[in-house]
Design a protein around this ligand. Structure first.
Ligand code: S3P
Length: 457
């Protein structure tokens, strides 16, 4: 296991690039695997989460060649996957497991999906319930690994039994209780194979990469606000042949990773940095909007659109101390993975930053409300934990601390950027997890002038 050693650092300066967007990467690998032929993907992250998806698709007979940030994927078509010889290991990746649950529910072979200790604590009833409602033979486990007695107590591993000859998933109309792109995509993937339409409504629109990408591939899918409608028979009288042609895609930089150098620049006085080629899909830019609201705008210079209808921009961040403010409602859905970084920024604000409607954070890679509150307090920041968020008082003098990430990459990186502005030495234990999403985090920060190093513990 490794730990990060962080010292208070001088101004951060420079131009950097963050790894490819993790969410788009998962989808590029999956949709590439299901295409009718050879796909080329550029800008793919080396993060372990994306590699988990690659490993699962390889285990089902898809040839995926990785070279640097490029992938060549020999798609096998919607009906071309083969039965894996063992369990499918999703590692730490909830997206891999929930998306595959949908895809595998429609196959004529059985599978078992497993994950690491953190993933094994995450709720799966949210996908198992609606998948069963459309005829899937899928079940999860309770906390002791026995078959889950109820959907409320349903966790990994997931077992998927095959559909037998003549069986097919049905259409579904589903009002999703929580906004979740993983659940939405799971149901869209299973819907590609269904006998009838998939009609979904989210309480708030979650990230819409799946919709953008599949529409660009000619899948008969339509969106209106937070509603999605997929008719596998085809839309507007045009029959769909249940498949798509090979594609070439470039994955934009991950705005969820960019959140950490952004936070670092706002924490360290005198900093001025540029992050190149970051995805700025509006369903992902809640943090940028929040920063504008609290007087710390990140300048965006729009670049071309990456393939699959994904906008991207260069981001320019200059140190300024933000005001206090409230993040709630749809803004939180659009920054759900960036809340830990916002918490770190809140520590140096000139007021109180309150985060509400963020109960989903309790079921991420760790309980991010509790873990982040613990981290902030260790640095001398006063904060109040709320059932659905947090209230953080800015302006305390930060003191270096020894904290553990609880195996959660975004907690480890939030603690590290806090350390850049804290007096003395900060130690972040259990830092290997950073590689799940941002394997270049330490060299990137060093390149900006930060005093940070990784050490074997
Ligand atoms: C993701 C969706 C979000 C997000 C996760 C990636 C995706 O999860 O937190 O990091 O790629 O679909 P939920 O669907 O649980 O909100």
């Amino acid at each position: 296991m490794s730990r990060l050693i962080v010292q208070k650092s001088g101004p951060l300066r420079g131009r950097v690039q963050v790894p490819g967007d993790k969410s788009i990467g998962h989808r590029a690998i999956l949709f590439g695997s299901l295409a009718r032929g050879r796909c080329h993907v550029r800008g793919l992250s080396h993060g372990e989460d994306n590699l988990s998806t690659v490993a699962c698709m390889r285990a089902m007979g898809v040839n995926v060649e990785l070279a640097g940030d490029r992938a060549i994927i020999d798609g096998v078509g919607l009906r071309g996957l083969s039965m894996p010889s063992g369990v499918l290991d999703c590692g730490n990746s909830g997206t891999t497991m929930r998306l595959l649950a949908g895809l595998l529910s429609a196959q004529r072979f059985g599978t078992r999906l497993v994950g690491d200790a953190s993933l094994t604590r995450r709720p799966m009833g949210r996908v198992v319930g609606p998948l069963r409602a459309r005829g899937a033979h899928i079940g999860g486990s309770d906390k002791d690994g026995r078959p889950a007695p109820t959907l409320e107590k349903c966790y990994p591993p997931l077992s998927v039994a095959p559909l037998v000859e003549g069986e097919q998933l049905t259409g579904i109309e589903y009002d999703m209780p929580v906004a979740s792109a993983q659940v939405k995509t799971c149901l869209i993937l299973s819907g590609l194979y269904a006998s009838g339409p998939t009609a979904l409504r989210e309480p708030v629109l979650s990230r819409d990469h799946t919709e953008r990408m599949l529409i660009s591939l000619g899948v008969p899918l339509r969106t209106a606000g937070s509603m999605v409608y997929l008719d596998p028979e085809g839309l507007d009288g045009a029959k769909w042949d249940r498949g798509w042609d090979p594609f070439e895609w470039e994955v934009p930089g991950d705005v969820s990773s960019a959140a950490f150098p952004i936070a670092a620049a706002l924490l360290v006085e005198g900093s001025e940095i540029t992050i190149e080629g970051v995805g700025t899909n509006p369903t992902r830019t809640g943090l940028l909007d929040m920063l504008r609201l609290i007087g710390a705008p990140v300048e965006q210079e729009t670049r071309d659109e990456a393939a699959g209808g994904e906008p991207r921009a260069d981001l320019f961040v200059k140190h300024v101390r933000p005001r206090g403010g409230l993040a709630a409602g749809e803004l939180v859905v659009r920054m759900i993975d960036e809340v830990p970084a916002l918490c770190a920024i809140a520590a140096v604000s000139r007021g109180t930053i309150e985060i509400r409607d963020a109960e989903e954070l309790r079921v991420k890679e760790s309980d991010r409300i509790a873990t982040m509150a613990g981290v902030l307090r260790a640095f001398g920041v006063s904060c109040e934990e709320l059932a659905d968020g947090m209230r953080i008082e800015g302006g305390a003098k930060l003191r270096g601390a020894t904290v553990t990430s609880q195996g959660d990459h975004r907690i480890a990186m939030s603690a590290a950027v806090l350390g850049l502005a804290a007096e003395g030495t900060t130690v972040v234990e259990d830092a290997d997890c950073i590689a799940t999403s941002f394997p270049t985090f330490v060299p990137l920060l060093k390149g900006l002038g930060a005093d940070v190093r990784l050490e074997e513990s």
